[in-house]
Design a protein around this ligand. Structure first.
Ligand SMILES: [Zn+2]
Length: 100
């Protein structure tokens, strides 16, 4: 059975979360939100459109990328996408299909 880390929103196999190393994890549930991908905004908009067309609900969270610290202050805003575990395989296929 796959496990799920609530801190990282990540399903995984094995004993510990591969991201934070936590062992206090539980079995993954179909309705758990799972991290899908992190994209720059131009791709994020496109991905959201396709997920919407495929009727895959997603949660988007803005994060500020490394560009923030660069001289000139170009803010490279990025977005993280989360989807329900039961739809994660389909969502991953979409991301791969887009080549992003
Ligand atoms: Zn974790």
């Amino acid at each position: 059975m796959e496990l799920y880390c609530e801190l990282c929103c990540l399903p995984f196999e094995g004993r510990r979360c591969p991201v934070c190393g936590r062992k206090a994890v539980r079995g993954v549930e179909p309705e758990d939100l799972c991290f899908l991908t992190e994209q720059e905004q131009i791709w994020a908009g496109m991905l959201a459109d396709v997920l919407n067309k495929e009727r895959i609900p997603c949660l988007r969270k803005s994060v500020l990328g490394a560009g923030l610290a660069l001289k000139g202050g170009v803010m490279m805003e990025r977005e993280r996408f989360y989807v329900y575990f039961r739809q994660l395989p389909a969502a991953r296929e979409i991301v791969e299909g887009l080549g992003i």
